[in-house]
Design a binder for this molecule. Structure first.
Ligand SMILES: [Zn+2]
Length: 229
C-alpha cells in the first residue's frame, strides 16, 4: 500500500486541495463564530425563525428540535425532524437565523420534490459502496496486474465525487431559499441578511472544497495507477 502515499501527484494535486479544505473550514468556523455573537435586531431565535418560515410555506408536519454539538444542524426527511444545535435553536444571533432557515430550505426541497435532492438521496447507497470498495479493488487490481479491476475500482471511487457534485446545487439552493425567505418575511434587517449570507456562503465553500479534494484524489489515483501499467 506504500505506493498510495507520497508521490509527486500527491504533492501537486492533493496537498493544494487539502489546503483549500483547511481554509474553507477556518472560514466557516470564524464567520459562524463572528455572527453567532451578534444578536439580531428582532431578537428571534433560530427555532422561531424556522417555525415561521415552515408555516409561511404551508409545511405543518416538520418538528423542530434542539440537538447537541456545534453546527450539527440538519434536516432528516424520513423522520421530518429539523434539528438545530443548541446555539442556533435558542440563540438569537444573526447566524442562528441564517443556519435555521438554511435547514428549512432543505425541508422545502423535500416537500416540493426538488429534483437534485432526489438524485442525491438515490446516490447515497451506491456512494457508500464506492467509498468502501473502490480503492481496495483498484489496489487489488494493481497487485494482481489486472487493469480492468483497477478501472472498476476507480470508477466506483468516483461515485464519491459525483455525490459531492450533486450535493452542491442542493446546498446552494437551500441557502438561496433561506435568504429569500428571510427577505420576504423580514426576519432580519438588510445588513443582517448580508451577514447571514456570509455565514451560508462560508458553509457552501466547505462543500466545494470537499469536492475539490475528492477530484484531486481521484485524478492522482488515475495517474498513479496508469503509470504502473
Ligand atoms: Zn445544507
Amino acid at each position: 500500500m506504500g505506493f498510495l502515499y507520497m508521490d509527486k501527484y500527491y504533492l501537486v494535486l492533493v496537498v493544494p486541495a487539502m489546503i483549500l479544505a483547511l481554509y474553507a473550514q477556518f472560514k466557516v468556523t470564524s464567520t459562524y463564530k463572528k455572527f453567532s455573537e451578534v444578536r439580531n435586531v428582532r431578537g428571534i431565535t433560530g427555532a422561531q425563525a424556522a417555525a415561521q418560515v415552515l408555516s409561511f410555506y404551508g409545511i405543518n408536519d416538520v418538528q423542530i428540535r434542539p440537538i447537541g454539538g456545534n453546527l450539527t444542524d440538519n434536516y432528516n426527511p424520513r423522520t421530518k425532524v429539523l434539528s438545530l444545535s443548541q446555539a442556533n435553536y435558542s440563540g438569537t444571533s444573526i447566524a442562528a437565523v441564517g443556519v435555521a432557515c438554511h435547514e428549512v430550505g432543505h425541508a422545502i426541497q423535500h416537500s416540493t420534490d426538488y429534483y437534485p435532492i432526489k438524485v442525491r438521496s438515490a446516490l447515497v447507497p451506491v456512494t457508500k459502496i464506492g467509498s468502501m470498495a473502490g480503492i481496495p479493488l483498484a489496489v487489488l487490481g494493481a497487485v494482481l496486474g489486472f487493469s480492468p479491476l483497477i478501472t472498476i475500482g476507480l470508477m466506483l471511487y468516483s461515485l464519491v465525487a459525483i455525490f459531492q457534485f450533486v450535493t452542491l446545487p442542493v446546498e446552494f439552493n437551500a441557502s438561496n431559499r433561506a435568504i429569500k425567505a428571510i427577505e420576504e418575511m423580514g426576519l432580519l434587517y438588510e445588513d443582517e441578511t448580508q451577514s447571514a449570507q456570509k455565514v451560508l456562503s462560508a458553509a457552501a465553500l466547505t462543500y466545494v472544497a470537499s469536492l475539490v479534494v475528492s477530484l484531486a484524489n481521484l485524478l492522482r489515483l488515475f495517474l498513479r495507477f496508469n503509470n504502473r501499467r
